[in-house]
Ligand binder design. Structure first.
Ligand code: NAD
Length: 492
């Protein structure tokens, strides 16, 4: 067996890079070949406690939380510049660790750079208001940072989703402790080191790697944790919400989805088919907002499915670093197995596999976690494959004749993260968008988001929003100050 090719990685706490308190390490593998990539420290409850202590001290003593938001803005702009300069290397690292194509990883890096630029622009505009009150009084509000904020990230967009909440928390003056996903911590660690170069004081940006059930739980349960931003599965999100509720601290939860995409008969079918393909095969389907349920009008169902099938079958699979590859492997062998179990469940429930439904053939892909882009038809709405999030490149197809039926099918899920619809009739688009039970709706657009547009879900897809100009509200608290000016009362 080959040996890991990258230097061993420690926990970033304060100015130090430390081994875990127990000395345990985890060997990460590259999902395209399942060959060792790096060893990473596995943190413990003691490491979590240490990180929180260091962060809290830095919050109190470093001056980062002070009123001069322009100081934070300068560091965050500097960090954006460093990230841009390093973006090629970081994108390669992301691809090697998580498996996504280099093109996708470069897209993620661009998004992260924009995130830091955007929040840097907000850092010196966090302000309160004055409120008229009777008498000789002056009343105003201020927005203060929370203190130490905890951020727990998933593996599908390892850097992007971690920084989506870390960046605004830093802009608002907090000290952050980030726990990246166990499988994909490498880019977060690299950016934690860059933050030091950018002038973020030691202890303000800490990264603790390790298992969620140990390190993640300990960070949220720590009395110094002032808020938690979690992106991940509903199951873990609910657990974190319970811990946060016991501690009475705010939690932003960005959880799973089973998003519908409705195609009306008047849609531009070529554009819609490309959008549907991107929405389920992008990032190998490992997207919280993957548009995994296609609801297509019966009058165009046949020709539309031919287009989607052609896109699926033309998708070039391979290691993400290879030129021209359009879909990389799934993140782990275990996860590829779970995805294929859902295909088996759909088959057992009477579903048909229009294309895919198996591991990718060929000796070149045999060592990696490659699953073919898959389209399923005739799967009953009660099947696990339709009810649960698969988190892989698997699309289920439904037909409709009446728009009411399309809306009912679209909303028939416990999730409410995202929905898309394709129609040239803006009246239909507007009316249907209003009735879709999802935090984000795209019209004539595949899943697309910008740092300035809010991102969040309804129902079991979560609580709260990330991104957008109001994101700093997640990471500040409002204080009301009333002054009695003591001016004499007017007589008479
Ligand atoms: P996961 O819930 O298994 O893990 C997410 C993170 O939580 C990891 O860092 C993990 O180590 C940590 N964790 C695990 N158990 C924990 C515990 N008991 N306490 C604290 N932390 C714990 O999710 P995943 O498999 O990494 O990611 C896939 C899931 O994330 C999917 O459900 C997907 O839909 C969701 N997701 C949501 C969004 C969104 O914005 N809504 C974005 C991406 C992914």
């Amino acid at each position: 067996m080959s040996t890991p090719s990258l230097a061993p990685q420690g926990l970033l706490i304060g100015a130090d890079e430390l081994p875990g308190a127990r000395g345990d390490t985890r060997t990460l593998v590259d999902p395209a070949h399942n060959a060792p990539l790096a060893t990473v420290a596995v943190g413990t409850v003691d490491d979590a406690r240490h990180a929180m202590e260091v962060a809290e001290k830095a919050f109190r003593e470093s001056g980062w939380a002070g009123d001069d938001g322009s100081r934070r803005a300068k560091s965050l702009i500097k960090l954006a510049q460093l990230l841009e300069a390093e973006s090629d290397a970081l994108a390669r690292l992301e691809t090697r660790n998580m498996g996504k194509t280099l093109r996708e990883a470069k897209g993620d890096l661009g998004y992260v750079v924009r995130t830091f630029e955007y929040v840097a622009g907000l850092a010196d505009k966090i302000q309160g208001e004055t409120i008229p009150v009777v008498g000789s009084r002056f009343d105003y509000t201020v927005r203060e940072p929370l203190g130490v904020t905890v951020h727990i990230a998933p593996w599908n967009y390892p850097l992007l989703l971690a920084m989506r909440s870390v960046a605004p928390a830093l802009a608002a003056g907090n000290a952050v402790v980030l726990k990246p996903a166990s499988l994909t911590p490498l880019t977060a660690l690299a950016v934690g080191r860059l933050a030091r170069t950018a002038g973020v004081p030691p202890g303000i940006f800490n990264v603790v790697t390790g298992n969620g059930g140990e390190v993640g739980e300990a960070l949220v349960a720590d009395p110094r944790c002032a808020s938690v931003s979690f992106t991940g599965s509903g199951e873990v999100g609910a657990r974190i919400a319970q811990t946060a509720a016991r501690r009475v601290i705010p939690a932003t939860l960005e959880l799973g989805g089973k998003s519908p995409v409705i195609v009306f008969p008047d849609a531009d079918l070529d554009r819609a088919a490309k959008g549907v393909g991107f929405g389920i095969f992008g990032n190998a389907g490992q997207m919280c907002w993957a548009a995994s349920r296609l609801i297509v009008h019966e009058s165009v169902r046949g020709p539309f499915l031919e287009k989607v099938k052609a896109i699926a079958e033309a998708t070039r699979l391979g290691p993400g670093l290879e030129d021209g590859v359009e879909m990389g492997p799934l993140v782990s062998r275990e996860h590829a197995g779970h995805v294929l179990e859902y295909v088996d469940a759909a088959r057992a429930d009477g579903g048909q596999v229009l294309t895919g439904g198996a591991r990718a053939p060929g000796a070149a892909l045999a060592d990696g976690n490659f699953v073919l882009p898959t389209v399923l038809t005739d799967v009953p709405a009660t099947s696990r494959a339709v009810r649960e999030e698969i988190f892989g490149p698997v699309l289920s197809v439904f037909g409709f004749t009446d728009p009411e039926e399309a809306i009912r099918l679209a909303n028939d899920t416990r999730y409410g993260l995202f929905a898309a619809l394709w129609s040239r009739d803006l009246g239909t688009a507007h009316a249907v968008a209003r009735r879709l039970d999802a935090g984000m709706v795209n019209v004539n657009e595949a899943p697309t988001s910008f740092v300035q547009t809010p991102f969040g879900g309804f129902k079991e897809s979560g609580i709260g929003f990330e991104q957008g100009v109001r994101v700093v509200e997640n990471y500040t608290r409002r204080k009301n100050v009333m002054l009695n000016l003591g001016a004499p009362r007017k007589k008479g």
